[in-house]
Design a protein around this ligand. Sequence first.
Ligand code: UDP
Length: 405
Amino acid sequence: MRIAMISEHASPLAVLGGEDAGGQNTHVAELSAALVAAGHDVRVYTRQDAVDLPVTVRSPDGYDVLHVPAGPAEPLAKDALLPHMAPFSRWLADRWRGGDWVPEVVHAHFWMSGLAALTAARQVGVPVVQTYHALGTVKRRYQGVQDTSPARRVAYERELGRSVDRVIAQCSDEVGELVRLGVPRSRMTVIPSGVNLGTFAPLGPAAEIDPDRPRVLTVGRLVERKGFQTVIRAMELVPDAECVVVGGPPAGLLESDPYARRLRALAGSCGVADRVRLVGAVPREEMGRWYRSADVLVAAPWYEPFGLTPLEAMACGIPVVGTAVGGIRDTVVDGVTGDLVPARDPRALGEAIDRLLTDRIRRFAYATAALERARRCYSWATAAERLAEVYHEVATVRRPTRVVA
Ligand code: UDP
């Protein structure tokens, strides 16, 4: 099939770890690659955020990335992108109406992509599949006044869910959130993200191991809701272990990053500064080395729409201690592949990490079960196959074309 992926702020070619570059970029990249491997023709449309970007770039995995001119050709925070979705959508509609390559299905990632996709796709009579990746209701609940999303985000998300041809929920928690938002259950299909089982595997080199200290690894964009403060506080209860934090700006810029400085100050006040190490952003192809170097992967977000990092660790045969939120409740089986603890509870987290680090047999059992689960349930090939079924289903429904002025 000809498949158009719309990912307005998250380019599959981006360097990850920065404030707005994380799971969605990986998801779009891996899914597109898996669909190409299954014989589909995939184009990814993302906003042009630098002047020197060619319109089309062929990724090494065989899909094209098209840089859509919409707003200034410079990086913008994703919460500032809404006004640029109208030109984004017009550009798509013009290309597709021009007729050289018309998609059979459009898959939008994140709500703003959904708006652009729906407006453009309806003009050429093409179905739209929506993955939210994150929901405004959840963000508002946990971030309160710190949530800088556009005011009408939640209303748009509700409307999108009722208008697109299919909503892909990534976990059972998201299904509940969407139903409460007012999206009919009958419009949803649950297909979790996958994990690249080639990149993330138990065998291979490991990064900078200290033979005298067990390693607690935690990975993610350096933003508050990822719970790094909880992990650092928890380290007080995990004597002798080191805590490695991967993510954020590149290592050279960590000194000037306000949140990184806060984490370092917190480590100092908790008396664990000599055991906490921030390494900054790591290229995606090197992430496996960091997971393999760990004795346990800790994921302690306040909330998590899906959460790729626990799954990547599991695929490397690393047990996970995670907070019982969002997608982590589906990927980590409590007491089998890892331990789940309440969010924002450094004591519960510290005790769980310490118990695992001091119990080699439990660690081995979790690691084995984690690897098995990642391989059996979460390959990208499986996710792509299930999505292709959805694309076929929605594409066989005839729909009128509607020109929007
Ligand atoms: N990641 C990376 N380098 C970094 C930090 C993170 O490649 O320095 C990747 C990580 O391996 C994962 C993604 O970024 O694939 C983060 O996804 P997750 O779902 O955990 O969080 P999100 O950023 O979507 O909130």
